[in-house]
Design a protein around this ligand. Sequence first.
Ligand SMILES: [Zn+2]
Length: 143
Amino acid sequence: MAIHELTNQPEIWPPPGLLPAAPDMPGWGITIWRGVCGRCPRCAEAPIFNGYLKVHAKCLHCDAALGDMPSDDAPPYIAMLVVLHILAFIVVMIFRFGWQPSAFEYGALLVLLVVACMVALRMAKGATIGILLKLGLTRPVLP
Ligand SMILES: [Zn+2]
């Protein structure tokens, strides 16, 4: 067991004070897949999103607290990580293998990358909310 360097106490997960993870959640793979698909990670009966990225405060079917999950910067980071790998492949094709796209192909690639960013961001946000819901990590209420 690891000892925390500042408190000199054993590290416990989840830390004291956090809500326990939801006991009725499915396994990790199913939870993340449901989030990626934009469905409630707990029940898969209702959508997570109310629009493009706005999250329902509670699941419309099982009342899971979807709106309390602080998925702040993780989804854009994950989306950039995925989409920039696609961009890196295209750059390698251009500079390493001599591919010379036309102006139309450059325009099409730009549109494709923008659409890929938007799709990846929504999928990453759903997956992040699923992970946070399974861990029981809610946004702290400030006094
Ligand atoms: Zn639900």
